[in-house]
Design a protein around this ligand. Structure first.
Ligand code: ADP
Length: 377
């Protein structure tokens, strides 16, 4: 059966009453995104943050209403206390970059106007396929119908120009604001566009920070549902400062199944926990190998390590991506697998990862604005 249209979903949601049982959630303007993809429907309903728990039945009613629409295979509804990007007074005013010397002071975390969510893709160490996953993850989010940007913050080895087949210098739009480049419906900014590839990357702490802040705040991102940030690998000071400096909605940790990498992944987890950034989940990359000749599957590194570890440390497992020559070849050619072979199984795996992460982003945004508990001692 054909996927339902957004309009059909919206019609069905008109039967769900608002938080105070007057009016319906559509007429009250509470329904924000509706993403329909292959019979799966994802949407969020804005509610006052302090009532999120009490309004769980509203969420369930909305989910049931969506499920009843012909053609819907799965419905996911999240409650959020968030406004749509650029929809008015909630947007934060533009923020000037923090002075570079303020390295040890807690960084200001004002949101980026027009950008609904910022998600970091990180790894405990290099070479685990973090950038490959970041590019395909961003494309997976775009395939869900979201407006997506990608910020290549891997200042030590920017990969987005190569991965997305992008060259050239971003145009200056007056003042210091740069226009991001675009490819495959993604807005892209990379330090690689600004610095020659051969330039030795001797970035010291303050320089790294100001480069990042500039790429975040002095780029005309426009209205985006989500900005994916490809972080530098590792969990050192530079990464920690970045995690602090960027108003992250959440982080995804890419790991290979090897034990060693998992130890590194745990460090990544601890780093985000230290700066109060929710970890949306772990992606296991190079999870298993399918022989291109005989089709036999080999778990070279011991498949399932990341999933097991994720369960152990209580972090969601977002999905596994196999080790496949196609993924590498297509990356090297500047045509990531999700863009090059959207009907293929790898693209489907990345879309599932994107979907799982997006639901978590929405849920985190819904719960993040709970009023703080007041403790009197
Ligand atoms: P990182 O950002 O963690 O340093 P990259 O994304 O640059 O890693 O990937 C390192 C190398 O591994 C690249 O050559 C890339 O094409 C390759 N690679 C990444 N993921 C896969 C995969 N699932 N299958 C095959 N090759 C992969």
């Amino acid at each position: 059966m054909a996927s339902p249209t957004k309009e059909e979903v919206r019609e069905a949601l008109k039967r769900v009453k608002g938080p105070d049982l007057s009016g319906d959630i559509v007429s009250l303007g509470l329904v924000s995104d509706i993403v329909v993809s292959d019979g799966k429907v994802i949407l969020s309903v804005s509610v006052p943050a302090e009532r999120a728990r009490e309004l769980e039945p509203l969420r369930q009613a909305a989910e049931a209403a969506v499920r009843a629409v012909p053609g819907v295979k799965q419905a996911m509804v999240a409650l959020t206390a968030e406004r749509r990007p650029g929809s008015g007074p909630a947007a934060a005013p533009p923020q000037r970059p923090a002075p570079a010397q303020a390295q040890h002071a807690p960084a200001p975390k004002a949101g980026v106007p027009g950008v609904g969510a910022i998600v970091a893709v990180a790894s405990g160490k290099g070479g685990v396929g973090k950038s490959t996953v970041a590019a395909n993850f961003a494309l997976g989010l775009a395939a869900l119908g979201l407006k997506v940007g990608i910020l290549d913050a891997d200042i030590y080895g920017p990969s987005m120009p190569r991965l997305l087949g992008l060259k050239g210098r971003p145009e200056a739009l007056g003042g210091r604001v740069l226009k991001p480049l675009e490819r495959y419906d993604l807005k892209v900014m990379s330090i690689g566009f600004l610095v020659e590839e051969e330039t030795p990357m001797i970035w010291r702490g303050p320089m790294v920070q100001s480069a990042l802040v500039q790429m975040l705040r002095e780029v005309a991102w426009g209205d985006l549902d989500v900005l994916v940030v490809d972080m530098p690998p590792g969990t050192g000071d530079a990464q920690l400062t970045m995690a602090q400096q960027v108003p992250l909605s959440g982080a995804i940790i890419v790991s290979t199944p090897q034990d060693l990498a998992l130890i590194d992944a745990r460090k990544g987890l601890a780093m985000f926990q230290r700066v109060d950034v929710p970890v949306l989940g772990i992606v296991e990359n190079m999870s298993y190998f399918v022989c291109p000749h005989c089709g036999e599957r080999t778990d070279i590194f011991g498949h399932g390590g990341a999933e097991h570890e994720a369960a152990h440390i209580g972090v969601p497992f977002l999905g596994a991506v196999p080790l496949d020559m196609r993924i590498r070849e297509l990356s090297d050619a500047g045509t990531p697998v999700v863009a090059a072979e959207p009907q293929g199984e790898h693209a489907a795996a990345f879309r599932r990862i994107a979907e799982a992460a997006w639901v978590r982003v929405k849920a985190e945004q819904g719960s993040a604005r709970q009023p703080p508990k007041i403790v009197v001692d």
